[in-house]
Design a protein around this ligand. Sequence first.
Ligand code: GLN
Length: 547
Amino acid sequence: MPKGPRFIFVIGGVMSGIGKGIASASTARILKSKGFNTTCVKIDPYLNVDAGTMNPVEHGEVFVTEDEMETDQDIGNFERYLDENILSDNYMTSGAVYLAVIENERSLKYSGACVQPIPHIPEEVIRRLNLVAKKTKADFILVEIGGTAGEYENLLFLEAARMMHLKSPESVMFMLISYFPIPSKIGEMKTKPTQHAVRALNSAGIQPDFIIARSIVPLDEPRKKKLSIFCNVRPEDIISAPDIDNIYQVPLNFEKENLGNKILKKFGIQERKRDLEEWGKMVKRATSSKKEINIGIVGKYFGTGKFTLSDSYLSVIEAIKHACWSFSVQPNILWLDAEVYENNPAKVKEELGALDGVIVPGGFGTRGVEGKIKAINFARKNKKPYLGLCYGMQLAVIEFARNVAGMTGAHTTEVNKKTKYPVIDLMSEQKEKVFAGKMGGTMRLGAYACRLKDKTIARKAYGERTIYERHRHRYEFNNALQNVLEAKGLITSGINPESGLVEIIELKDHPFFMGTQFHPEFKSRPLDPHPLFREFIKSCLNSRKSK
Ligand code: GLN
């Protein structure tokens, strides 16, 4: 194989939200299945330096990498499809790139040159992409550029891609993911919007090598031919990507049209066999499991309607699915609005009573907190399997302190600074950061070690003594109150060996009651479901059986 990394830029056309991330991740999975070292990069055009300062309703889940970066949810997709950790080098925003260029300018790194959007911004992008190539030693790097062709915001990223292609056309390729609407009154698939998207790309100096055609149904031959002429792409390089039931089917669908070998051929690399056997088995389990279990997620990011929900809690949903499929069952996920529970105990009983398990995921601030605590109280007393993730763990400690340990008014200082029992509190280093207004990228982030105690659910689930999980929070279990809470029956089953901070709590005399200060959902993979989610789902299935 000729030397050096190959870059495949993935660009969107017509509209957003059509699965650029999944298409990039799926193409990467295919190339990996052919034995190539493959990685993915996401470039986001907004000015936030990272995704950490954005509301999840606005932009979807904030994903956290092992090495402390708060990123777009697509990095999570890349990890799930590649079954590998993706590190912070593989994520950049306009904000991060501009900041680096301006900081360089301030420290005279440009030797007196006039620093300009072109070429200095694209050059910084190219430097970062080459760094990824160097560090990962990848044969293929899929680079997903956020936004769509024709937008102002991502022009300088397209310019970087164009410059890389100019320098080394044999190692750079472009893939357009575009949408083909079928207007209901016309009843015919329309290719014109995509023709415009290709024109917009052409005017940025880019000609797509492949077009991935997203639509309700596959593209037919006459349309492929037409598109081919108008867009200057061979008909065989237009790949149909019709809507599917399960996102993990996409690599298999792309391979029906032999995308992997078509890519290799264009790069002048010998074709190779793929090995998607294990992947195919997973997809089969996922799509053929019919038996359902009811899992409730008690949250608050319900502001903009149902459509955003699955994005705000994407990794949690995926982790539930991975675990369920490993038991050949299908999750029926119910969205439960915590605020409704605050003054309505009957609703708690009615909604939670019908569930097989309850999850309170991560969250921030005051809204919905008392409702979540009510839900946790119900799960504890009625022996419903409960999994609390980050805020869900902190609120479980508060519920226990108030209602079992008799600490009336116990709280987190995030909500009540004057509580008599601050069972969840800011660590001193966090106090300094918050006081100085340094909020972006300063939470406790990324992977930390956690030592598990013997004879706990966590120890049994992981099978290991020391585990590493990813964090994203400012507040912590207050160790000053640890002994009192333990004396009342709270089990602190996982402790950070360096700081002594409590990372996992459990309860005795309950089939499954667990809270984790970290976010296990970030490390669940379809081919390797997370042990805690597996244990949780197992317990949901058991409690269903015993009903
Ligand atoms: N708000 C809590 C904290 O900052 C929990 C954060 C979370 O759930 N990710 O500690």
